[in-house]
Design a protein around this ligand. Structure first.
Ligand SMILES: [Zn+2]
Length: 76
């Protein structure tokens, strides 16, 4: 996987296939860790697979749903 493609994928918020650009992608099983979730993603068009990594970046008020605190994370 080329870093430029991965960067573009992140900039597009993971909506299209990392390899062929198709929007026909599907999220699979998830691994939960402290402040982080890894999810298997697959493309129905080109059959490539990869893993999306989600980080905990904000916490919201349980009643209003409004964000109480958040941090920003730079792509590595
Ligand atoms: Zn694809």
């Amino acid at each position: 996987m080329k870093p430029e493609k991965a960067k573009k994928y992140l900039e597009q918020r993971g909506l299209a296939c990392l390899f062929c650009g198709s929007w026909d992608i599907e999220g699979g099983s998830m691994d939960f860790d402290a402040g982080e979730i890894a999810q298997r993603i697959s493309c129905h068009k080109c059959d490539e697979r990869w893993t999306d990594v989600y980080k905990l970046v904000a916490v919201a008020d349980p009643d209003s749903g409004a964000t109480i605190a958040s941090i920003s994370i730079q792509a590595e």
